[in-house]
Write a protein that binds this ligand. Structure first.
Ligand SMILES: C[S@@+](CC[C@H](N)C(=O)[O-])C[C@H]1O[C@@H](n2cnc3c(N)ncnc32)[C@H](O)[C@@H]1O
Ligand SMILES: [Zn+2]
Length: 388
């Protein structure tokens, strides 16, 4: 093994060492990204909540180990964990994973060197939690995850190819997720829904289906926490959540249509312009309020460095749980109306007074989720503007 200058970091209760590098990149001898600490902290909360709900010891697979930080933190910081399997295709990564297990005095962690898909194929039904954290897209590993995942298990999925999911260019999204994206003001939500839809469709061939417990889009990545259920009838039912979002870029109206091959309106019912479609994607819930509330409460029991940021995100995701798909960008609507934006909280209050759901979203600082129509929203903005 080559001699490297070693860097030591601490996350939660865990200490990790790996070869120092100048820039976070897949070229580093062993990959470590400090910007993913929030992702790892939230994973600890989500897996702990899952373990408590299951009321049993859980075995976890850290499929793309890198320095081993996830698997090692999961063993060190989550109660009720049995065996951990850390896998990575890189021999250097394996070396540091073993080193870091010793550094933290841990037992019941095995290190493997396999291609991720091969590993999942070999270990069918052995894991209660599978954590997929690859470079870029998780797409090539989802089929074997579907094959491996057992009934009532948790699948945690990271995607860092956000430009594909958000539709900066549509071809990569079609290639990787077999879905057409659209780069609207709410494209990060469309991206999460495309990812969830692709997982649901991929797993369905194994008669497995998803129940989204929590999801978020943060900085350069998206993350999903999915409880996996089994059964063909159940899977058929959840596939009713697959559909399309249609958007009018003239008046900003949007609508959803469930079903893979259902008929979709071509023309905006508000202004008569042509609608643009994104999908197939997941139109079912992408936040579970009860699960997220338990994650919020779990922060009391854990030492996480990102606590403030984690709580801010979790509270917003919690409030989004009962809101409909997509959100409105207040600045963009005001721009089309050629008025200045009233205070955000005033807009939310006014919509709520009129009986609508109106909440902020973690996706965008001035994003608003509501069941009000674009016409309702515009009327309220004009009324509030006239009072300024
Ligand atoms: C994004 S890093 C993992 C980071 C780690 N989970 C963390 O939180 O720090 C991706 C890792 O996957 C490994 N890898 C790449 N292709 C793989 C494959 N086909 N099968 C298994 N591991 C792979 C790389 O060696 C790298 O360590
Ligand atoms: Zn329109």
């Amino acid at each position: 093994m080559e001699e490297y200058k070693i860097k030591t970091i601490e996350e939660g209760l865990t200490k990790i060492e790996f070869p120092e590098f100048d820039k976070v990149s897949s070229d580093a001898p062993v990959f470590y990204n400090p910007h993913m600490e929030l992702n790892r902290d939230l994973s600890i909360l989500a897996i702990q909540v899952f373990q408590k709900e299951q009321k049993r010891e859980i075995n976890i697979c850290d499929l793309f180990g890198g320095s081993g930080i996830r698997g090692i933190r999961y063993k060190n910081e989550i109660d009720g964990v049995g065996e951990i399997s850390i896998n990575d295709i890189s021999e250097t990564a394996n070396h540091y994973e073993k080193h870091n297990i010793k550094l933290n005095n841990l037992e019941d962690i095995e290190v493997y060197q396999h291609d991720a898909s091969m590993f999942l194929r070999m270990k069918r039904g052995e894991f209660d939690v599978i954590d997929i954290d690859p470079f870029g897209t998780p797409s090539p590993f989802l089929d074997s995850s579907g094959y491996c995942a057992k009934r009532n298990s948790l699948l945690c999925v990271t995607a860092t190819d956000t430009s594909a999911l958000c539709g900066t260019y549509k071809e990569p999204c079609i290639r990787k997720y077999n879905a057409k994206p659209y780069k609207s003001e709410y494209c990060h939500e469309t991206g999460i829904r495309i990812l969830a839809g692709f997982v649901a469709l991929t797993l369905s061939k194994y008669a497995k289906c998803i129940d989204v417990k929590m999801s978020h889009s943060t900085e350069h990545y998206m993350r999903l926490y999915l409880e996996i259920k089994k059964g063909s009838k159940r899977t058929d039912e959840t596939l009713n959540n697959i559909g399309y979002i249609s958007h009018c870029k003239n008046c900003l109206h949007r609508q959803t249509s469930n079903g893979l091959a259902s008929s979709i309106d071509a023309i905006c019912p508000v202004c008569g312009e042509k609608l643009i479609h994104a999908g197939p994607l997941w139109l079912g819930p992408i936040q579970n309020g009860e699960f997220i509330q338990k994650m919020i409460e779990e922060t009391e029991n854990k030492k996480i460095n990102s606590e403030k940021e984690a709580l801010k995100l979790l509270n917003k995701c919690h409030d989004e749980a009962n809101a409909p798909a997509t959100f409105f960008d207040i600045h963009l609507i005001c721009k089309t109306l050629k008025i200045s934006a009233p205070k955000f909280d005033l807009i939310l209050d006014e919509l709520k007074k009129e009986g609508f759901i109106a909440v902020k979203t973690h996706f965008k600082p001035l994003g608003m989720k509501t069941d009000a129509s674009i016409e309702n929203i515009k009327n309220i903005l004009i009324q509030l503007q006239s009072k300024i």
